[in-house]
Design a protein around this ligand. Structure first.
Ligand SMILES: NC(=O)c1ccc[n+]([C@@H]2O[C@H](COP(=O)([O-])OP(=O)(O)OC[C@H]3O[C@@H](n4cnc5c(N)ncnc54)[C@H](OP(=O)(O)O)[C@@H]3O)[C@@H](O)[C@H]2O)c1
Length: 274
């Protein structure tokens, strides 16, 4: 298959590349294919892909509050450009979105048809991107994921860095979700290349925890004894509000034959490989 990948230097992009062996892959850097520029439509069309995997995004959740124009340029208009490129050559589009499209007020796991109500700029820009892509290209597949970690800047690396600097860590305990390995998400995406499906799907590792429990598990699996103090989101005072409940029901994905393993198992593999 001829695959065009955006976001190759990101956590998900890096995890995808080795899993796409056997396919012809075009994976330009941001400078070669800036999605905010309409010229990216031609860049995609020239590659004549069968599939476009759109993993590029502006992912700085707090930064988006200060730079909403940039967040919308990349996540909304940029996603539209990517869909236009795919549409021009009749390619399938698989794009990645986020749990932050929900407000987190639901007491049970979110299903794909639950109402969206993003709390911040990042979530709003990603939701607008979803809508733009679905408008431009009917058969677009959108995978909403959450709490992603891979090679790059992420929660696991932050906890390990903080553990090297101090004896006590303060971690939020009032947000729950499913830590998701970029490698596992990449494997799910590669499986989906062979499965005809469209619309919105959730894709996260199974099981749930709070950031506090996640941090404790990272430290325990790394053999690091540190005091971890559970705190509230309010105490952390971050610019962007986060959903309290980021738990995503993946039964729609499972109905396609794709089951993502428990988050702890994936974390063990990540820590072993780093
Ligand atoms: N990280 C999470 O916790 C999380 C949670 C839920 C959903 N998601 C979604 O999952 C997907 C993958 O996220 P990730 O963690 O892999 O993101 P990431 O590590 O921040 O990587 C983002 C990628 O997008 C590229 N990019 C940014 N602006 C661009 C532009 N204007 N044109 C072209 N490329 C651009 C970056 O290139 P440079 O490196 O050159 O800037 C980088 O390769 C995204 O759709 C994200 O919204 C992530």
């Amino acid at each position: 298959m001829n695959v065009f990948l955006t976001g190759v230097s990101g956590q998900l992009g890096r995890a995808l590349v080795p899993r796409l062996v056997g396919h012809v892959v075009t994976a330009p850097s941001e400078s070669q294919a800036d999605v905010t520029s309409p010229s990216v439509v031609d860049v995609i069309a020239r590659a004549e892909p069968d599939v476009v995997i759109h993993a590029a995004a502006y992912t700085d959740v707090d930064g988006a509050e200060a730079h909403p124009d940039l967040a919308f340029a990349v996540n909304a208009r940029g996603s539209r450009h990517v869909a236009e490129g795919a549409a021009r050559v009749g390619a399938r589009l698989i794009a990645v979105s986020t749990d932050y499209v929900y407000d987190g007020a639901k007491p049970t796991p979110y299903r794909e048809d639950d109402a969206t109500a993003p709390l911040g700029v990042y979530g709003r820009s990603k939701l607008e991107g979803e809508r733009e892509m679905l408008k431009v290209l009917d058969g677009t597949l959108i995978l909403r994921t959450a709490w992603l970690y891979g090679r790059g800047k992420n929660f696991v690396e932050t906890i390990l860095r903080l553990a090297a600097e101090r004896d006590e860590l303060r971690v939020v305990d009032d947000q729950v979700g499913s830590p998701t390995s970029a490698s596992d998400l990449a494997s799910a995406i590669v499986s989906l290349l062979a499965i005809p499906c469209a619309g919105v799907y959730h894709a996260v590792n199974s099981g749930t925890c709070s950031w506090y429990v996640f941090a404790r598990e990272i430290l325990a699996l790394s053999g690091l004894e540190r005091r971890v103090v559970p705190i509230s989101s309010a105490e952390l005072k971050r610019p962007a509000p986060r959903p309290a409940n980021s738990v995503l029901d993946c039964s729609k994905l499972r109905s396609l034959g794709i089951t993502m393993r428990p988050w702890r198992e994936a974390l063990v593999d990540y820590l072993r490989a780093r």
